[in-house]
Design a protein around this ligand. Structure first.
Ligand code: GUN
Length: 290
């Protein structure tokens, strides 16, 4: 029997409805949760993401604002903008869309965002808070979304062998942190891992976040495993009007035949990222009231 689908669109919709209720409760107390996204330059994919984030905030009854700056914006100007947003009481969440142009040091920018407004969860203070299990920390939205998907799909994380394929700062490393917090036995592997298939085959839960189109093949997956595909890769496709199609890091059809549950691309982890961003922003606004 092919694996059951873990429907990120449906789960994200539930999370967004919950966020809208929480936002309404805060608005009744005189606080409208607000997110400001900053986009530097004109990378088309980043522009789409930022527009979606702004729109999702507004749909949830929150304040969503995007500030678009030219690609040659000096780093000092961006840091000055962040100082201004840090000091603005109507802004509860600040997000600087990555990647940034090469002349800007992304780490310096992330460090400048007040940890209490860092709803991306990239600031080292939040990385540390999440790692030690301090509830006030903001977890990065994509791995946080994966945890919600696992919970909603009824996957038992406690005691499971979880394998994270990929060690990025945005997904792989925080994924390890969140899985450990839920008492999984976690292995992180990556492009330099020796005999990768023998490691991934140990997984009861396999999180693919290596950023390579259809990298995970059926022989890398233990029968009955739960597979979450975090990848979003463009591959050329002349039959598609856009000239490309989106695929994940997993060979979907082949792996679906082996796994017990699997998230598709698109329609899996992607929609969860924005939902969790809204959730973090509402939490930032509520923490400001406490
Ligand atoms: N670029 C790709 N993913 C993300 C994300 O989650 N946050 C930010 N700020 N930039 C990104």
């Amino acid at each position: 029997m092919p694996a059951e689908l873990i429907d990120g669109v449906a789960i994200a919709k539930q999370v967004r409805a919950e966020v809208a209720r929480e936002a309404a409760a805060l608005i009744a107390r005189g606080v409208t949760p607000g997110l400001t996204a900053v986009l530097v330059g004109d990378d088309p994919a980043s522009a789409v993401y930022v527009r979606s984030k702004e729109k999702a905030c507004i749909e949830a009854g929150m304040k969503g604002e995007a500030i678009r700056l030219p690609a040659d914006t000096p780093q000092a100007d961006l840091l000055a903008l962040i100082d201004k947003l840090n000091a603005d009481p109507t802004v509860h969440g600040i997000l600087v869309q990555l990647p940034l142009p090469k002349h800007i040091n992304a780490q310096a920018v992330i460090l400048r965002i007040a940890a209490e407004k860092d709803v991306d969860g990239f600031h080292p203070v939040n990385v540390g808070r999440v790692w030690i299990g301090e509830k006030s920390g903001f977890a990065p939205c994509t791995p946080a979304g994966v945890m919600v998907m696992l919970a909603q799909a009824g996957v038992k994380v406690q005691g499971a062998n979880a394998v994270v394929l990929g060690r990025s700062t945005i997904v792989g490393k925080p994924m390890v942190s969140l899985l450990v917090a839920e008492s999984a036995t976690v292995t992180v592997c990556h492009s330099k891992t020796r005999d990768l298939p023998s490691v991934t085959r140990q997984a009861d839960i396999l999180i693919a976040a290596i950023g390579k189109a259809e990298f995970v093949t059926a022989d890398m997956v233990k029968p009955g495993a739960v597979v979450i595909d975090v990848g979003i890769n463009r591959v050329d496709d002349a039959t598609n009007a856009k000239g490309y199609r989106l695929v994940g890091d997993v060979q979907f059809d082949a792996v679906r035949a082996v796994a017990s549950k699997i998230s598709p691309v698109p329609g899996g982890v992607g929609p969860m990222t924005i939902a969790m961003l809204l959730k973090n922003t509402v939490r930032a606004a509520a923490q400001g009231l406490a």
